[in-house]
Design a protein around this ligand. Sequence first.
Ligand SMILES: Cc1cc2nc3c(=O)[nH]c(=O)nc-3n(C[C@H](O)[C@H](O)[C@H](O)COP(=O)(O)O)c2cc1C
Length: 338
Amino acid sequence: MTASIPYQLLRKLLFQFPPETAHKLALKLLKLGYYSKINPLFYKKVHKPINLFNITLDNPVGLAAGYDKNGDYIDALLSLGFGFIEIGTITPKPQAGNPKPRLFRLPKHHALINRMGFNNLGVDHMVKRLKSCQHQGIIGINIGKNATTPLEKASDDYIQCCQQVYAWADYITINISSPNTKGLRELQQTEKLTCLLQAIIASKTQLTEQYNKKVPFVVKLSPDGELKTLLTSAETAIKLGIDGIIATNTTVSRMGLSVPEQLQQGGLSGQALAEKSLNIVGQLRQTLGNEIPIIASGGMMDVEQALAMRDAGANAVQVYTGLVYQGPQLIREIAERF
Ligand SMILES: Cc1cc2nc3c(=O)[nH]c(=O)nc-3n(C[C@H](O)[C@H](O)[C@H](O)COP(=O)(O)O)c2cc1C
């Protein structure tokens, strides 16, 4: 797929700036497009409703976490035609993340490397944003732990975030797979995962009663490590009462890359992740059976990749790096054919 001519021009302009500056600029432009009512003229929402964890999505194409970490651009992002968006990762306390530069482009590979480290303004800020937005679509909220919270106390952070966002969330994602928070991925190991999820599910049960509202919880998994371990993590999560899986987060692998930026530390996303994520989605579907919702994330750069994910067993897909390289028309193109 080639990006539309207007987006090619915009991308050329944005790529003149350092990646993080370009990202902020793109978000400001989006907001401008929303308030001036331009976005819906260019980006008509495709209506192809699907049911995912008893929620009706207008279409199966979502925005992946990390694009709008604080929930500052919810209405603007929904106006691009997404069936759902996932905001966050949010942590209880605000934190600065890793030193800049921490986001790198690999245009030759249609990829990005990031080591942002959960830079965010904290859950109080997000709740304010959720209260003030129009909420004209499905909003998932991706939660994590602060870098300073020891792993043994991680559940406190996740539970605090759950309690604060529950009333506003259409679904909640438990992120235990970012490579940029030290030790986070250890939470995928069966014993630690069981402790963490038992505590979260107990809190979920309370919140369901308190708000008289059932919010689905999903776990987002890493593409790295042993496949067998990953499949066991997914099975464990489902057995404990988790409603679905997002596969996958970014990878620390650099297989197939041939540019100097590949030496940067962090998580790789985009084209270079596609094959790995696709394989994992297929394996997850075989392991979990047909009933468990799987949202595919990783390398959704064109319609063909999204269709391959669907055929491998994904119920819905999320895009991030594809949006950077191909622009928002990718959303409609995938939604029409999925
Ligand atoms: C700059 C950047 C920041 C990200 N931040 C988060 C995050 O905060 N939480 C999360 O779960 N995933 C985060 N991700 C991962 C994406 O949500 C997505 O899972 C991953 O990039 C693979 O999809 P893609 O190939 O379409 O980009 C981030 C990705 C990028 C590129």
